[in-house]
Design a protein around this ligand. Structure first.
Ligand code: RET
Length: 291
């Protein structure tokens, strides 16, 4: 805690705004369970990036390479996201509103009791970058069109941003759940596209086998996130911060690194269903149509 002297008439408990980034970093570093949930992901994201780079050497087709690149970027975002959390940059102590299960909770930071609970809001923020990359890889694998890809990605970003708003709203308990409901509706749009639209597209593209597996794995894992949110300190607070953090980390291991490796292992062989030829996405030198 920074040593700001307080006038004697204020409350004994210091404000969360007085908690420094160093306090938060040390708080996380002092909790082995919480700390390990973050460092395991930093290590796995790093290993996944290396594995993808090694596997992708010698690939030729630009479309196949684009899928592998977007897959690799999932782990690039992840390593940055977890570094933000572990360093205390993207976490805060926030005070829950009246009526919330964690209203009135305190957190001991650097030996001092502070009003509020530890919120790892950086997760929700960085999901707005990592989940579109997951959807880009899956959508390209399914051979979907731009309209469906755009719809899935924009609703997904809307889901993450409203989820962040749900976590950070401190004015009203009701509004936290209103944001949550809004985010869940956006989520269902993404689920519909994955389960119905892209499955049909994948059948046409000849990737239905691999897409079918990845789609199920993705949808099942993704449902875990709103459930954890609701059970954790953001929601009804039956799960402690460290357990919730491990829950998200475990879901991330499957939803990001395992899904990434499955995509890359399929795409590096450059099957005909994935390839589009050297002119794919060319911005010049395209042969004009005869007229
Ligand atoms: C929130 C809370 C509000 C309601 C809903 C949520 C859904 C989150 C999802 C997150 C997926 C994250 C992934 C991250 C990988 O980097 C925001 C928890 C519906 C589905 C896959």
């Amino acid at each position: 805690m920074s040593q700001i002297p307080k006038p004697s008439f204020t409350a004994q408990i210091p404000l969360q705004t007085e908690v420094t980034q160093t306090d938060l970093f040390e708080h996380i570093a002092g909790d082995t369970l919480l700390e390990s949930s973050l460092y395991v992901n930093i290590a796995l994201a790093g290993l996944t990036i290396l594995a993808v780079v090694l596997l992708a050497r010698g690939m030729e087709d630009p479309r196949a390479k684009l899928i592998v690149l977007s897959t690799m970027l999932i782990s690039v975002v992840s390593i940055a996201s977890y570094t933000g959390l572990a360093s205390g940059l993207t976490v805060s102590i926030i005070e829950m509103p009246d009526g919330h299960a964690a209203s009135g909770f305190t957190t001991t930071v650097s030996g001092v009791e502070v009003d509020g609970v530890l919120t790892m809001w950086g997760r929700y923020l960085t999901w707005a970058l990592s989940t579109p990359l997951i959807l880009l890889s899956l959508g390209l694998l399914a051979g979907t069109n731009l309209t469906k890809l755009f719809t899935a990605i924009t609703f997904d970003v809307a889901m993450c941003v409203t989820g962040l708003a749900a976590a950070l709203t401190t004015s009203s308990h009701m509004f936290r759940w209103f944001w949550y409901a809004m985010s869940s509706i956006f989520f269902l749009v993404v689920v519909y596209i994955l389960l119905v639209e892209w499955q049909k597209d994948a059948e046409r593209a000849g990737t239905a086998d691999i897409f079918g597996k990845l789609k199920l794995l993705t949808v099942v894992m993704w449902f875990g996130y709103p459930i954890l949110w609701a059970l954790g300190v953001e929601g009804i607070a039956v799960l402690e911060v460290a357990y919730t953090s491990w829950g998200y980390s475990a879901l991330d291991i499957v939803a990001k690194y395992i899904v990434s490796m499955l995509i890359v292992l399929y795409v590096v062989d450059e099957p005909a269903s994935i390839k589009a030829g050297t002119d794919y996405g060319a911005t010049s030198g395209v042969t004009p149509a005869d007229d």
